[in-house]
Write a protein that binds this ligand. Sequence first.
Ligand code: DQA
Length: 138
Amino acid sequence: MKLLIINGPNLNLLGKREPDVYGNMSFEVFFESLKEKFQNIELAYYQSNLEGDIINKLHEVGFTYDGIVLNAAAYTHTSVAIGDAVKAINTPVIEIHISNVHARESYRHSSFIAKNAKGVISGFGLQSYILGIQSFLL
Ligand code: DQA
């Protein structure tokens, strides 16, 4: 099984950015533990701060990979184009968030991705990624 984790803007700063909200572990370190934990899965990771790059990556893998775990970060709440890209591809996408977006500012309560996602996971810290991966094993 081939899965790709895509992280959107500012998530390259995980570990340094608002640790009270996002924790203090970098994604690179966390990703190593994911590869350890899911040795039977071919796991790949991509991060970009640019909307178009995320769309290009969805197009690139969205007809061959078995699943995508997508944390589009702030683009979740703003990007019609990423929502359209998720709809356009065949690979199922799980939308995930580290924080519970529904417990935060109201502008974080809406998502252009959720409607076209297989499911949404929000609020479990970095474990949200683990739950996202596990959802493809059900
Ligand atoms: C986030 C939540 C978003 O609202 C925010 O813009 C992020 C991260 C999360 O993982 O909790 O950058 O997607």
